[in-house]
Design a protein around this ligand. Structure first.
Ligand code: ATP
Ligand code: MG
Length: 231
């Protein structure tokens, strides 16, 4: 269609946000992110990290203020403009009922079997998929119920690789993930971040240290920011 190609600059301009009937989570929150930058968000539980990335993904919209992508308020564009340029791996990853293959291909109907397997191999999901009864044709069950959180995250990584988005969001699961899956996820992160504007909420210091900028969030505010060596 006629919407401009996304570059990937993101600005939060005086963004305030509260969930329905809830207290203010963000108040006059400002950040300016250049295309290709990796931003890590750190801060204690409940500080607002997931809320910030959920707003960037437009799963929610600001109550006040604006989120600009390439200088334009994202509400001036169709949701599909953002979502066709966005990849995400969420804290509680969601899969759609359907097969593993459908879930990786999601939104990219032109992706071939070869593309799907290549993406799954890149993010280290191929081995566990092949151990499932029907491999890539395994039905994941409603919401992906048959898979662990870590496995669902790996499927989400593969989906992001296929989509090749300008913006990538990772909200790493806090729930228990076995060490082997955790290592696979760490490796997938490095592969998927490259060349995209990225927000990462990660638990491993090694992941965070590679970010261009680290924002320390407390009660919905940036209390410190800089590179790992500056902080
Ligand atoms: P964690 O490290 O535990 O993931 P977080 O930094 O991601 O925490 P958020 O999930 O952004 O924190 O939560 C910020 C605040 O918003 C918290 O007080 C939380 O209870 C509240 N909150 C989060 N999601 C919702 C929701 N869907 N509805 C209502 N309140 C919410
Ligand atoms: Mg969170």
């Amino acid at each position: 269609d006629n919407w401009p190609k996304m570059i990937g600059d993101i600005t939060f301009k005086d963004v305030s946000f509260s969930y329905k009937n809830g207290e203010k989570v963000l108040e006059n929150f400002n950040i300016d992110i250049k295309a290709g930058e990796t931003i890590a968000l750190v801060g204690e539980t409940g500080s607002g990290k997931s809320t910030i990335v959920n707003l960037a993904c437009r799963f929610y919209e600001p109550t006040k203020g604006q989120i600009l992508i390439d200088g334009t308020d994202y509400r001036e564009r169709p949701l599909a403009w953002l979502h066709s340029n966005l990849g995400y791996v969420l804290q509680t990853p969601h899969l759609f009922s359907g097969t593993i293959k459908d879930n990786i291909r999601y939104g990219r109907l032109d992706a071939t079997e070869v593309d799907i397997i290549r993406a799954a191999k890149l993010v280290n999901a191929h081995d566990f998929i092949m151990k499932l009864e029907k491999g890539y044709d395994t039905e994941v069950g409603e919401g992906g119920g048959k898979l662990s959180t870590g496995e669902k995250q790996l499927i989400s990584f593969a989906r992001a690789v296929i989509a090749d988005p300008r913006i990538f969001v990772l909200d790493e699961a806090t729930s228990s993930i076995d060490t082997e899956t955790e290592e696979k996820i760490q490796d997938a992160i490095q592969k998927v971040l490259k060349g995209r504007t990225s927000f990462i909420i990660a638990h491993r210091l090694s992941t965070i240290t590679k970010a261009d900028r680290i924002l320390v969030i407390r009660k919905g505010k940036i209390v410190e920011q800089g590179t790992h060596s500056e902080l």
